[in-house]
Design a protein around this ligand. Structure first.
Ligand code: NI
Length: 171
């Protein structure tokens, strides 16, 4: 396993539409998911899409277990939302690709998912609360969408400026 560099806005790669994993989940995909998970824990964060480390595949890792609880890694390959509630819910989101920026985004409160797990088995699952927020946020990344794209242009531009400035100071 290895920790990979996480891309930050406005890296153009984050706008990539990721491609489906074809031909099932292989050891190479599992190695990628292991790296993604290690990178996410190291950051630390609760979710990561492959494109955030520059790999344009429809793969997401997540762990939304409470901080002091045992780890509960989750893996989503080719995730699809097969149903979404009409009811919307607003949640304060953040993103490892937009460090230190948090803002409210409104999304369906509940969704039904279909995806392949770490071993390539088809899973159908209902999501609500933080799980629903997180999977929708991560699935946006697969379409080249970052959460600040849901904000006003003013807020988005300001967020990108802050991220760039922080990185100049770090560099
Ligand atoms: Ni994100």
């Amino acid at each position: 396993m290895a920790i990979r560099r996480i891309l930050t806005v406005p890296d153009p790669l984050l706008k990539t539409v990721s491609k489906p994993v074809e031909g099932g989940v292989t050891d190479a995909h599992r190695a990628l998911m292991d790296d993604m998970l290690e990178t996410m824990y190291d950051a630390p964060g609760v979710g990561l899409a492959a494109i955030q480390i520059g790999v344009p595949l429809r793969i997401i890792v997540m762990d939304i277990a409470p901080k002091d609880a045992p780890r509960e890694p989750r893996y989503f390959v080719n995730p699809e939302i097969v149903w979404a509630s009409e009811e919307l819910k607003s949640w304060e989101e953040g993103c490892l690709s937009v460090p230190e920026i948090y803002d409210d985004v409104e999304r369906p409160a509940r969704v039904k998912l279909r995806y392949l797990d770490y071993h390539g088995a088809v899973v159908e699952e209902d999501a609500e609360g933080l799980f629903a927020v997180c999977i929708q946020h991560e699935m946006d990344h697969l379409e080249g969408v970052v959460f600040i794209d849901h904000l006003s242009r003013l807020k988005r531009d300001s967020a990108i400026r802050k991220v760039r400035k922080a990185q100049r100071i770090e560099a």
